[in-house]
Write a protein that binds this ligand. Sequence first.
Ligand SMILES: [Zn+2]
Length: 341
Amino acid sequence: MSAEQQSLDGLEEEARRALAEVTTLPALADVRARFLGKKSALSGVLRGIGRLEGADRARVGEQANLVKERIEALVSARRDELGRGERERALSETRLDVTLPGLRAPRGGLHPITRIERDVVAFFTGLGFGVEEGPEVETQWHNFEALNMPPDHPARDMQATFFVDGGHVLRTHTSPVQIRTMSGRTPPFRFIAPGRVYRCDRSPRHSPMFHQVECFMVDENVSFADLKGILYAFQRHMMGADVELRFRSSYFPFTEPSAELDYRCLICRGAGCATCSQSGWIEAGGCGMIHPVVLEHCGIDPERWQGFAFGMTLDRAAMLRWGIPNIHLLFDGDVRVLEQI
Ligand SMILES: [Zn+2]
């Protein structure tokens, strides 16, 4: 074995070791320059070939080119390895862990009034009642006169009214929907009318805007007993089987006879508290048999048809169900309150 042969074999072995120690692509480029560059020992051997004798020249030239090819192959293989490693590292560093829990979007809930209203609608539609709506800006005729309250009637004072332009009012109750629903139509009727109503009144139990639901039924043989039966079933559905009710005789221009419906206060159970003004009872709404004059205003013969009507406030029902002491908590939009419901 000639000296050239030994030194070429040594070069290949040396390059193999150096490449094994290389861990980055820039370091690989340095190693490649050291073994294959213009100043490398291998280049020196190739440059010196011209000075050799004929037979040696061919043999050493062949050997040197072989070694050069092998070192090139080693460098290329190492480059592939390093590149693959870097790709894997980059992938693992930026990897998306699909098992990580995502950011939870805040979830809203239905407003207590909406929940109560849906409950009411579900109960009455289950009994075959329809649902009607009417405008919140109402004519005085629909809000008062048709309901047996002519312009000078003292009962108008019972409903502190917001007047708007053009002789209209913000409806003080949902009863005008009775007039709109019955006018020009022929009984029998079974409807409820939930909606916003307005009165110029503000206290822990009163808000200038609140929610009522009107329920009315007109047929040939409807009596106060039907009204009472439906109201008991309805209040048990809303408040639970142990709800206590009482009917107090009362006066409304649009019903005769009339009664006020009270619940036993569910907050103090009758002992007396701020919500029930220490009375132990809370007004749930008014009811009665629809006044014959109201039926006549709608073109319905009161000799043939009778009906009952009642109106309750949804807000009061929500306050009782969730023990809310002040009606304004329902409308202030305080998320801390609403989250508890
Ligand atoms: Zn009470």
